[in-house]
Design a protein around this ligand. Sequence first.
Ligand code: MGD
Ligand code: MGD
Ligand code: SF4
Ligand code: MO
Length: 868
Amino acid sequence: MSMTCTTCPYCGVGCGVLASADGTIKGDPDHPSNFGRLCSKGSALGETITLEGRLLAPMVNKQRASWEEATALVAEKFSAAIKEHGPDSVAFYVSGQLLTEDYYVANKLMKGFIGSANIDTNSRLCMASSVAGHKRAFGTDTVPGTYEDFEEADLVVLVGSNLAWCHPILFQRLVAAKQARPDMRVVNIDPRVTATSDLADLHLAINADSDTALFNHLLAEIASRGAVDDDYVAKNVNGFADALAAAQDSDVSSTGLSAAEIEDFTKLWINTERVVTIYSQGVNQSAVGTDKVNAILNCHLATGRIGRAGMGPFSVTGQPNAMGGREVGGLANMLANHLDLENPDHRDTVQTAWNAPVIADHAGLKAVDLFQACADGKIKALWVMSTNPAVSMPDAANVAQAIENVPFTVVSDILKDTDTGALADVLLPAAGWGEKSGTVTNSERRISRQRAFLPLPGETRPDWQIICDVAQKMGFGEAFEFTSPAEVFAEYAALSEATAKFGKDFDISGLAGLDEADYDALKPTQWPIRANGSTTERFFADGGFFHADSKAKMLPVKPPKHAENGETFRLNTGRIRDQWHTMTRTARAPRLNQHLAEPFAEINPTDALRLGIKDATLLRISGEHGSAVVRAMITSKVQAGTIFVPMHWTAQFAASGRVNHAVAPVTDPVSGQPALKGADVTVAPFEAAFYAFAASDQPIESARPYVAKSKTTTGWKAEISGQRAPKDWEKEARETLDLDGGEAVMLEDAQNGIARVAIFEEGRLRGVYFAARTPVAVARGYVCDLIGSEASAQVLAGVPGADQPDPGATVCSCMNVGINTLKAAISDGARTVEALGECTGAGTNCGSCKPELQALLKDIPSMKVAAE
Ligand SMILES: Nc1nc2c(c(=O)[nH]1)N[C@H]1C(S)=C(S)[C@@H](COP(=O)(O)OP(=O)(O)OC[C@H]3O[C@@H](n4cnc5c(=O)[nH]c(N)nc54)[C@H](O)[C@@H]3O)O[C@H]1N2
Ligand SMILES: Nc1nc2c(c(=O)[nH]1)N[C@H]1C(S)=C(S)[C@@H](COP(=O)(O)OP(=O)(O)OC[C@H]3O[C@@H](n4cnc5c(=O)[nH]c(N)nc54)[C@H](O)[C@@H]3O)O[C@H]1N2
Ligand code: SF4
Ligand SMILES: [Mo]
């Protein structure tokens, strides 16, 4: 079967993928992001392209409608709101997962034809502080370097980035570089120990939000130890003295680090010329995120370590097209092509190029304010595309209510049932990955093609086309008469020709005039691509910044005071290795549900002891506006007084585990980015009367207060808890498993609150239900594998017989290797990740679990070695 060359739809690494319609997926050996490798999520893409759960036709008020009816209604409602209440009464909330062509037309419609800048994106929750920090320092939103800089650096500092799980292929490139050059040093700055910390020579568990204090200290030491590049600063930088004064004035003790740790870091940084500082959401998602970004940029500017091989600050982007969205101007405070909304020349040029009736002349509402305006009744029509704000926004329960409060809401998604889609008046079926075509830009400014290799299912349409249909029905026909993504891209490149005169960093005028065939054949290309064919691989080595005087600006930044938590906890949130955001795609792949199958909180042993929380029991996290219930994972990886909870779970998979219910909508005053890593919460045990584990060949349903479901290769499984134990366990089991018929075999010890039910039909096991007063000990993988087979009542033992080993919780999802298998291999003498791979297969496919294998090797006291 022929393979189509496309790009992974998940993270901002932007890996090249070879895909075919039968679900075969391979890494593209020729793509400069990944050279053939894929991580666990990329490798499992073939399992996520099923049509199960897909939205295949437009729906109006939950009834099937034609495209004609649905788009006419959307156009009519938006036009009516604009006519009656003005252009700022409508809004689009879009996504860094849209393709550039989708994003371009959405932005054009809102800013140039509706005449409002009320188009904001989930990138506000993701990259806004980096964008704002870049603009303050460089005069524009530029990522100066390239991925090769990671490999060429002698020191890589990872700040607030769990690269091992969130940008796995970049992490693997870093691991390989460090293996090849063992002198390379890696520092990881994160309040928490993560899979990334394992690679680090130095892990700095700083207090939350004290990054500015640390980098200010570094700047002061750079100055006092004579490491300033005076020539570079004199020629290319403003604001040095003020920034230094602020740095000297700040107190590094708020980091909570020891003097020795601080000195190790300072010496390493100052004495290593080739240093790359990679940063991500631990920096951005904060009420002081923009200042943290500038504190980092200050150190690189003061030393002139920017834009040269192996040197520079590097903001790694989260979503596949976070960068493309920034380029087309998809944020409420930006104009297209890195131009400024406030600049009349910029506005004129864009308006003329678009031949637009109007052009927005003031910033629109940023995400948190946008949903507040929905709650306040100021937004009369809202269109959400390719994002799930009812889950991913802070204060999510109120955001859901705010969306309900909007008189007319449209949601474009690929799925029928999402938490946000449930609130929509109109649901529009979008074509998904593999079905649509366009471009995305990765973290290193590289534009790659996504290409279709599947037919459009049902009545789905690509997002750009849906937007153009509505624009045409609103009366903006000519400007939206595109018939292909290539035509959209051609116009975008032509706009770049018109805006090139402003001399901005972003320039793709060299791609103007690309025809369909050229577009189809477009190879991964880094911008700028200027009309004269020139490019800039790295920016700013010789200055050339984008402020009026071509100089960069160092900012005086003040760290926030470190507040002791007292009774409250600091709630840190983020990601796990095998799920993507609100799980609409990754949770369809059973192998991705094996790694961490339910919402949890990492909590420090001292806190757990104090609160009376035992491992694997449940705890409740309460914020000002709402709460969540998740599993306790007791570990000293998190500091006392803090907990870490993943962001992924939704009403579809674990309604109680929606962590954003407990996160307050506090934002950074400069960027408007929410402080998703720093909510104040209280933590208490959730008093469960019973814990249950269920597996069925049917979807599991339960109204109990804690239910976390996931798909398996044989059906579904769930973890369930309640505060009152049922009287009739068989009835409870049958309802939960959705199995009326067949024969139930039961084991009950009423006195100890233990009940085990297995349901058989025609000699096959259809479902099991294990309940106990304490967290149930069952070999989950083993039991799930038996569903649908001719198992015996022996299954009620919950563990395999002595002749069959229990592999334990999955560590390697590609090769399906469990922790017990790995531990056994280690006690049999495996001492390296490679040796573990040879005897168990773990880590030999995508390699995403290698950091965990490494951690296991470190953790387990080597009994064999002692015996030798
Ligand atoms: N598997 C997977 N990969 C993904 C995604 C996914 O959903 N799943 N999403 C993608 C997207 S959109 C994004 S934005 C990226 C995010 O990628 P990352 O930013 O790497 O991931 P996070 O887990 O959100 O947060 C990173 C770390 O910040 C730390 N942190 C919290 N507070 C602070 C602080 O005050 N200072 C410092 N220095 N660190 C702090 C947290 O402990 C956490 O380990 O991942 C992308 N890749
Ligand atoms: N507490 C906490 N909250 C967070 C974060 C955190 O670290 N902590 N991180 C934040 C960050 S960085 C981000 S990026 C956001 C992500 O949060 P969201 O963007 O809300 O999450 P996704 O699950 O990626 O949502 C994408 C939606 O688009 C749909 N979709 C997929 N493909 C297409 C398509 O081609 N067209 C259309 N129209 N729809 C499609 C999917 O089914 C899904 O419903 O979450 C933010 N929220
Ligand atoms: S690192 Fe993984 S998720 Fe990210 S683009 Fe590459 S294959 Fe996709
Ligand atoms: Mo993100």
